[in-house]
Structures are given as C-alpha cells and as structure tokens.
Write a protein that binds this ligand. Structure first.
Ligand code: OSB
Ligand code: MG
Length: 387
C-alpha cells in the first residue's frame, strides 16, 4: 500500500504541466530604436531597428513576445506590415477566441494560417511567457536549460573597407566575444576573411552569406576553406536544402543552415540529406520557443551541434534567446551579443557581456525581464489592441 505522501506525489505528477488560461486582450505595438551602427548584410542595410512587440494579458499575468521580422521582406518573405495585418486580422482574434488553453494548444489555435512562423512566434512566445509567469517558472527552467551563463559571439556587418572590418573585429575581441561571424557577399569575401584570419590565427571565425551565392560559386567556398572557418552559414538560396547538400559534399568547411530551417521538419530533412553539419536556431524564424525546442531535439538526436542565432532583438527577444542558448545541445557560441552592441539604450535593462565573453541567463519567471515603461513610450511608433 502507498503512503499518503506517495499518493499525493503521484497525483501531482499526473496533473497537467500547466493550468489553462484565456488571453483576454492583446497589445500590439511597433517600436523603433536607432542602431549604434548600420548593419549591412548581403540582402540590405538596416540603420534602425523596427519590430513588433505583443503583450498578451491572461488576467493572471502579462506575457511578452517580440517578432523577429523587419520592415522589408529581405531575409525571408515575412515583414512588419504583413505581420501586423496577420496579428490584427487572423492570429490575434484566433487566440482570443480560443478560450481556455495552454501553450501546447497554440499550434492548433493558429493552424488555419499557413506559414508565417515569425508572426505566429510573436503570440506563441507571449502566451508562453504569461503562462510561465503565472506558474512562477523561468523560461530557462521550462526548456531544460543546463547553464546559468552562455558563451557569446558577435555578427559583424559588411564594412566599407577591410581596415574598418579589422578595427571592428579587434574591438569585439577586446570586449571578450568568443566567436566572430563575418557577413559576406560576392566580391567581399575571400580576401576580407583571409585578412581577419591572418590578424587572428586562433579565434573561432565563421561567415554568413545570407543566401547570396549559387552552386557556380563553389570555388569561392574552396578558397574560404583555407581560412579554417568554424562554419559557412546559409551560402545558397534562402529556402534550399537540396543544393546545399551538393555544396557540402564539395567543400571542407561545415555548412550551417539559417534561413532554410523554418521548422523541426525542415531540420530533420536537411540533416537527413546532408545539407548542413550545424544548425542555427532562431526561435522567431521557426514559429517560437516550442518549435525551437523541437529543432534542438531533432539536431541533438542526430549529433548535430546547434547555436542560437539572432535578429538584432531588443531585450525581450534577447531574454528569450538566452534561455534557449542554455539548453544542452547549444554547444557553439550564439549571436547573443550585449545590448550596447546594437543600441545605445535597450527597452529592457541592458544585457551585458562579462569580460570572459559570457552572458547571464535570466532566471526570473517567464522570460525574466520586463520592458521599461518609459522606454516603451519613447520607442513606440504605433499601437493597437485586440480583445
Ligand atoms: O543571418 O543571422 C543572420 C541579423 C539580421 C538578420 C539576419 C541575421 C542577422 C545577424 C545578426 O547575423 C545576429 C544578431 O546579432 O542578432
Ligand atoms: Mg544568418
């Protein structure tokens, strides 16, 4: 016979992990913050961060989600005006109409909208944050984080000159960043990367092409192999996994896929085809934290290292990313840089890099940080409400 204590413990284990909550109201806002320096990639230049933030009110807590889309559909097909329309017309009303649910129900709640993972992630993450805040559980604990601090890298935009690039790299290394990623595009690749490698023979160095090349460029990647790169991120078309498998077989460096991985199913397909040996996980690109955990699990089961990508997030998205980056399969430094690498002033308390190149993972309930009310007021350029 069981003791009373054993019975109570068994009952507790049988309880659903979370209590259902109803989203009563959703605040959607567009915020704009100047970047400390323009960020140039092969698909464009950004000198200002503009993103959508959602706050979901369940009555018991308010949860925050940040959308990783930008004003222009240059990285993927999603963009802020489109996301706003989806949140206003389909996703927001669907969440309100769903009634009492848990975060595990959200795939079903949003299933009438195909694709659009960035838009969905905004509400998925906000609802999950509210749920975790009400339960007093940190997002890090929820996803099974195993570290209190994570190793950080930095992504360096395309510069006007090689000297400017060397200067920026030098500055970031002096701050302690543990991996340097250089943005490249055709014509601004082999020589630039070789110059950085020559100046820093022992650092972890990678490149990110943001889909700017084709299979005709295989010789460029063979040249890049000589710079002993940690990885080559998204060299080919933003939705391809077939040609990447061909390229991976022809070069020495490990290919890492970013844009092409929009779900755990994509990750399994890419890994199965041999299209990459590393996966960049951006929770906002794959539809939010729960799908990002599934990408992590799929990669880990296949022995593929993952790392946490970034989309120049404010403190809200950064806190979300840091929780994921503390999971066991995240074995490479992420694009989880300090607030001041992006902004003079963040909308949360700033995230700071320690001299050893690590950053602390928030451990408060939910994402563990709140936007500062005055900063929200200063940065909001548009706000609306769904209820
Ligand atoms: O491809 O990883 C990318 C920023 C915006 C869009 C795409 C990318 C990036 C970065 C910056 O590389 C990562 C960061 O520091 O947030
Ligand atoms: Mg990338």
């Amino acid at each position: 016979a069981r003791t009373l204590n054993e019975c109570l413990l068994l009952q507790l284990e049988a309880m659903p992990e979370t209590t259902p909550y109803r989203a009563h109201a959703i605040d959607i806002r567009v915020v704009r913050i100047p970047l400390v320096r323009p960020f140039r990639t092969s698909f464009g230049v950004e000198s200002e961060k503009e993103c959508i933030l959602a706050a979901v009110d369940t009555g018991d807590a308010i949860g925050w989600g940040e959308c990783v889309a930008s004003p222009v559909p240059g990285y993927s097909s999603e963009f802020n005006a489109g996301v706003l329309e989806l949140l206003r017309t389909f996703l927001g009303p669907a969440l309100i109409a769903a009634g009492d649910i848990t975060s595990g129900d959200l795939d079903r709640v949003f299933s009438s909208v195909r694709g659009n993972p960035m838009a969905k992630a905004t509400l998925v993450n906000a609802f999950l944050d509210a749920e975790l805040r009400a339960a007093g559980t940190s997002l890090a604990a929820h996803v099974g984080a195993e570290r209190e601090r994570v190793a950080c890298g930095v992504s360096v935009g395309i510069t006007a000159t090689t000297d400017a690039l060397l200067e920026q790299v030098h500055g970031y290394l002096a701050e302690g960043y543990r991996r340097i990623k250089l943005k490249i595009e055709p014509g601004l690749d082999v020589e630039r990367v070789a110059a950085v490698r020559a100046a820093h023979p022992d650092i972890l160095l990678s490149v990110d092409a943001n889909a700017a090349y084709t299979l005709d460029d295989v010789d460029v990647f063979r040249e890049l192999d000589r710079s002993r790169l940690l990885m080559v991120e998204q060299p080919l078309h933003h939705e391809d996994i077939v040609q990447h498998a061909t390229l991976q077989a022809r070069i020495a460096s490990d290919i890492c896929l970013d844009e092409s991985i929009r779900s755990a199913a994509d990750a399994r397909a890419a890994i199965g085809l041999g299209s990459c040996r590393i996966v960049n996980i951006k929770q906002g690109r794959v539809g939010g934290v729960p799908e990002a955990v599934r990408v992590h699990d799929a990669a880990r089961a296949a022995g593929i290292p993952v790392w946490c990508g970034g989309m120049l997030e404010t403190g809200v998205g950064r806190a979300t990313n840091l929780a994921l980056a503390a999971m066991p399969g995240f074995t490479l430094p992420g694009d989880t840089s300090a607030s001041h690498r992006y902004f003079m002033e963040d909308i949360t308390e700033p995230f700071v890099l320690a001299p050893d190149g690590t950053m602390g993972v928030p451990d408060g309930p939910g994402i563990g940080v709140d936007p500062i009310p005055e900063r929200l007021l200063e940065t909001t350029v548009h706000a609306e409400h769904v209820s």
